[in-house]
Design a protein. Structure first.
Length: 415
């Protein structure tokens, strides 16, 4: 366990309900979605082959936390009593523990076209609720006694999928139903787990403003409290507390940087909206300060058929969003002008200057400096899942050594 004990003394950000982490122990790991594998057998083999070696270099004298990605297939496999008992025993006899699950990608995530399908099933679909409930059940049975858990999830849906006010209500209602399940989990096991919605470019929850508005007007609303009270039998005040405790934000630093968010303003807005950050994902994207025909040539090695690589371009004070690289390329061919592009392509966080372009590492430095002054979240997770499609010239190490370098770089930024 890589723990950082932070002082709460210099409180520059206004303290509102639940925004400051309630526990002083902080957990740092990397997300196992970097490893290909959709079944539990594949997932467990990847964990065994990588975690112990990484832990030996990062925290040889401490238990090491796991940021576990479980596909729907892997979750179903792990839910079988024999598999769950075996993994629980594995965690007990090895210096490893589980504190967070990445419940964002439901289906295949490597070696096939993912693109917009990564958001499916979304929170419009009852299957997303069923899957996330199962993740919570598994996490509750594997969490250490003194550790709260988190599950990161899709930001509602891909933006184009949300077509009406009715769709927004469906998303909110399914999320409230999940809180009812989390309350049952807490009642039955004593384990507290939060769901963390992860804003992402071109999604229903894209910007911090959109996120705060949705939480305030839907998830923390009187209608949400009434629904949760009806589902669970708790009173209005208890429902209000439960919604704030169990519905949180997964703040992905790359996503915020690509959206041209300001780090301090971002955190202030979340505080003012009483949105806790259940998980802080540490990741970097690409930054281009000169946009011309050469930009396309520089970016072509990053174009792949697996993931969406959203682009946000800035011209003066206006932002223009593109769902994928080819759309951004076409805009240049049509004569559009931009001062800067930021690209959602996760690159190793220890890389900064690529010669003719940079990463958004600067934004990680800013966010972690604010975190050092006033802890943002107890759960910190490095998430560079694009290793398999990273251009070869940027694979400066093998994957395991790159993960070690990422964690070491992050630890150097922390107090």
């Amino acid at each position: 366990m890589v723990n950082y004990i932070h002082s709460h003394a210099n409180n520059n950000i206004q303290t509102v309900r639940l925004i400051q982490p309630t526990q002083t122990t902080q957990h740092l790991s990397y997300c196992s979605n970097i490893h290909p594998g959709e079944t539990w057998q594949q997932t467990q083999a990847n964990l065994h082959d990588n975690l112990l070696g990484i832990r030996q270099q990062i925290a040889p004298d401490q238990d090491f936390g796991i940021g576990l990605r479980l596909s729907a297939q892997a979750a179903s496999d792990l839910a079988k009593p024999d598999a769950l008992a075996a993994f629980s025993e594995y965690l007990q006899i090895n210096p490893l523990y589980l504190f967070t699950i990445n419940g964002f990608p439901y289906g295949p995530f490597h070696g096939t076209t993912v693109k917009e399908a990564v958001y499916l099933p979304d929170w419009l679909d009852p299957e997303r609720l069923r899957y996330t409930n199962q993740l919570a059940d598994l996490l509750a049975q594997l969490l250490p006694e003194d550790v709260d858990g988190s599950i990161s999830t899709v930001p509602g849906a891909f933006k184009a999928s949300v077509k009406s006010e009715g769709d927004v209500q469906i998303i909110a209602h399914n999320l409230v139903r999940h809180v009812a399940h989390l309350l049952d989990v807490k009642r039955n096991t004593g384990k507290k787990i939060c769901l963390a919605l992860e804003p992402e470019p071109c999604c229903f929850l894209e910007t911090i403003d959109e996120t705060c508005s949705f939480f305030k007007n839907y998830l923390y609303s009187s209608d949400a409290r009434k629904m949760l009270s009806q589902l669970t039998g708790i009173n209005d005040s208890e429902a209000d507390t439960a919604l704030h405790e169990h519905l949180t934000v997964c703040l992905d630093i790359c996503h915020a940087a690509v959206e041209f968010e300001d780090a301090k303003v971002c955190l202030n807005k979340l505080n003012q909206a009483e949105c806790a950050v259940g998980k802080l994902q540490i990741s970097a994207g690409l930054k281009f300060d000169e946009i011309n025909a050469n930009t396309v040539e520089l970016l072509k090695p990053f174009e792949d058929n697996v993931y969406l690589h959203q682009v946000v371009g800035r011209h003066n004070s206006d932002l223009h969003r593109f769902t994928d690289l080819h759309e951004a390329f076409a805009s240049l061919n049509s004569g559009a002008e931009f001062d800067e592009w930021r690209v959602h392509f996760h690159v190793p966080v220890f890389l900064d200057n690529f010669g003719h372009y940079q990463s958004t590492q600067f934004f990680i430095r800013e966010m972690l400096a604010l975190h050092n002054a006033n802890p943002i979240s107890n759960h910190l997770e490095v998430e560079t899942y694009t290793w398999g499609v990273l251009p070869e010239e940027h694979k400066t190490d093998n994957m395991q050594q790159a993960i070690v370098r990422e964690l070491q770089w992050v630890m150097a930024q922390l107090n």
